[in-house]
Design a protein around this ligand. Structure first.
Ligand code: SAH
Length: 266
């Protein structure tokens, strides 16, 4: 194995020992900050939307860090092949166990072996569905390694050998794990202290108490003949809270009977 290419990090907090632009992209492991390491064939997909708005600002501030580990340099032979035909035949290609393992070994450097402190996850439509509780658990860890699949996926042996957890973004099939990784990192990073700032609360939004959020309104007071529910402009905070609670329960019952049933218990 050889990681000829250095892993790339994003965000401005970098150790720069030389003025060379390449060195400015050297791996940055900000001590103490929550860290995401992504093993991918497409490192250029990152930070993607994670570089924007609140997650992007937090990345620049060093509240979290992002490092991509390119699978390609771990490929075999002159062409750095990372995949091969599936054993048993059939369509498509499968990412090789040895190639993926070499990249995972690099991603593991300096991380705790305890999977609760540092989950190692393969993005997969076969996995456990991602949810807010998982985002909370991940945010409480030191960091995470996410393996993005492509083609038909990865050799099962590497998943078994490294005790990798499979997690799904939902019941549909994407062409690769990169979008799923970004969605899950976004949901996790916004739970880290300081990322949303004081104005926002992750306590009252959808899924934080097993309920969907109540409807939101802002100016203008009347739009297209539609008024804002008068209770919201009444100044009566207790009544506002009651209305929001009722609406959240109504929406959850109507739209997500599965969530509603879970909340009420058996
Ligand atoms: N043959 C596989 C699908 C491969 S899709 C199967 O039927 O299960 C290619 C890659 O996209 C996967 O390896 C995975 O990393 C990613 N992917 C596809 N759908 C996903 C989903 N719903 N959640 C997370 N990752 C997904």
């Amino acid at each position: 194995m050889s990681g000829e290419e250095k892993p790339k990090s994003h965000g401005r907090l970098r150790v720069s020992v030389s003025a060379q632009p390449r060195d400015l992209m050297a791996p940055q492991r900000v001590k103490g900050a929550w860290a995401a390491r992504i093993v991918t064939l497409f490192p250029e997909a990152f930070p993607g939307t994670l570089g924007l708005s609140l997650t992007g600002k937090a990345l620049d501030q060093g509240l979290w860090s992002l490092e991509t580990i390119d699978l390609r340099p771990f490929g075999i032979g002159k062409h750095r092949n990372v995949d091969d035909t599936p054993a048993g035949g059939g369509a498509g290609m499968v990412l090789r166990a040895d190639v993926v393992a070499a990249a995972l070994d690099q991603a593991a450097i300096g991380t705790p072996p305890d999977r609760a402190a540092w989950p190692v996850v393969y993005l997969s439509p076969r996995g456990k569905p991602f949810d807010q509780a998982m985002a909370r658990r991940w945010a409480a860890a030191e960091g995470i390694t996410l393996l993005c699949g492509r083609f038909e996926g990865v050799d099962q042996r590497v998943l078994d050998h490294y005790a990798i957890e499979e997690v799904s973004l939902g019941d549909f099939v994407l062409t690769g794990g990169e979008i799923a990784a970004q969605a899950m990192i976004d949901a996790t990073v916004r739970l880290l202290p300081g990322v949303l700032g004081n104005a926002s609360s992750t306590e009252e939004e959808s899924h934080s108490h097993g309920l969907l959020e109540h409807p939101q309104y802002t100016r203008p007071a009347v739009w297209e003949g539609r008024e804002i529910p008068s209770v919201l402009t009444s100044g009566n905070h207790a009544e506002v809270e009651k209305w929001r609670r009722t609406e959240a329960e109504r929406l959850t019952r109507e739209r997500r009977p599965d969530l509603w049933a879970k909340r009420r218990g058996p």
